[in-house]
Design a protein around this ligand. Structure first.
Ligand SMILES: Cc1cc2nc3c(=O)[nH]c(=O)nc-3n(C[C@H](O)[C@H](O)[C@H](O)COP(=O)(O)OP(=O)(O)OC[C@H]3O[C@@H](n4cnc5c(N)ncnc54)[C@H](O)[C@@H]3O)c2cc1C
Length: 308
């Protein structure tokens, strides 16, 4: 359902505290810097405003997209119908216990993942060093079970608090969230609010050393400062998607402003005024070539959202 700016303002009046950006260009809110406008981008300032927004959206049957750092999404050029909701006001991190060999932390979904990695490094808490250098938020990392260097966010998750589309809030144990390789069973209409995590206490210098080692490795092997949405395709079982794309001769292939990175072939870079349509065409081209050369069908890792 489409509603006008005036109707949004009337509906939100009195029930909502926070920013509302109308016609928000999603290229300004995604790491790939691609994507048309969202009807409205809402940044609730407190949990009550978030809940009221969710109830409003349900009552009026309006579509919505939860968005973290926008580092794993490709927003189509037609933008997003309805509301995009972000969590920049929800970034609290708190140690809830620190006894014996383990420490427990409470972390809100909007906390940048690297803020958490750095906090753990400073405290000597071990378990998420492998996530060093992954951009985006803690909530986004939970939804896609982000990971690298043999470490995944699910390794440290104890429980996650989720608000469903009807504003109901429930706590789920990690084993009930269907975590797998770059996926979880969290529904697109669920909002991750926060989670409790558990980390092993270690020597501070040892944690720092691992963080530095992973960071140096990432900077050498990935185009981390270029405009991308991370890995385009999931690694097929026991194989590297980047290696398959490279061996199929696709490095440097370009459609419009989007090209296959010369540093890591599983990253597509927006090198100019790239459009989502270019990115999607390049995905099709590359996966067809890889399938033809080695018979493997690549599965997307990035999430494609929005209207054509
Ligand atoms: C340079 C670069 C390197 C990367 N390296 C890695 C890597 O090594 N490993 C890896 O796994 N990923 C990597 N990524 C991808 C990406 O950073 C991760 O997937 C990250 O965890 C996504 O977090 P985000 O907050 O940006 O999520 P977004 O991109 O904003 O959202 C991703 C999905 O999660 C949903 N979502 C986000 N927040 C919430 C919430 N609070 N509640 C409900 N749903 C939510 C969105 O609706 C969307 O479906 C990389 C990306 C880049 C650009």
């Amino acid at each position: 359902m489409l509603i006008s700016r005036r109707e949004w303002e009337d509906a939100l009046g009195g029930i909502y505290r926070g920013d509302a950006e109308f016609g928000a260009p999603m290229k300004n809110h995604t790491s790939l810097a691609v994507g048309g406008p969202a009807d409205v981008l809402l940044s609730p300032a407190d949990p009550v405003s978030l809940k009221n927004v969710m109830l409003l959206l349900q009552k009026k049957n309006i579509l919505f997209l939860p968005l973290g750092g926008g580092t794993n999404v490709l927003v189509r050029d037609g933008g997003i119908e309805g509301a995009v909701i972000n969590f920049k006001a929800f970034r609290m991190m708190q140690v809830i216990h620190d006894e014996g060999n383990y420490a427990g932390l409470f972390v809100e979904a909007g906390a940048p993942l690297q803020m958490l990695v750095n906090f753990c490094k400073e405290k000597g808490y071990a378990g998420i060093e492998g996530l060093t250098g992954i951009p985006g938020t803690f909530g986004g990392a939970i939804c896609g079970n982000a990971g690298s260097y043999g470490c995944e966010i699910r390794d440290v998750i104890q429980s996650v608090v989720i608000m469903s589309g009807d504003g109901k809030i429930d706590r789920f144990d990690a084993e009930d969230l269907g975590f797998g390789y770059r996926r979880s069973a969290i529904k697109p209409t669920d909002i991750v609010l926060n989670a409790n995590i558990i980390l092993r206490k270690d020597d501070k210098d040892a944690v720092e050393e691992r963080v530095q080692k992973y960071l140096a490795e990432k900077m050498k092997t990935q185009p981390i400062s270029a405009r991308s949405a991370g890995c385009v395709f999931k690694n097929p079982e026991g194989m590297s998607a980047g290696k398959l794309i490279d061996e199929a001769g696709c490095k440097g292939m370009k459609i419009g402003g989007i090209e296959v990175s010369g540093v890591h072939a599983n990253f597509f870079i927006n090198s100019g005024n790239g459009r989502a349509a270019d990115y999607i065409s390049l995905m099709h081209e590359v996966s067809l070539i890889v399938e033809k050369k080695c018979g493997i069908v690549l599965e997307p890792e990035i999430r494609v959202v929005g209207r054509e």
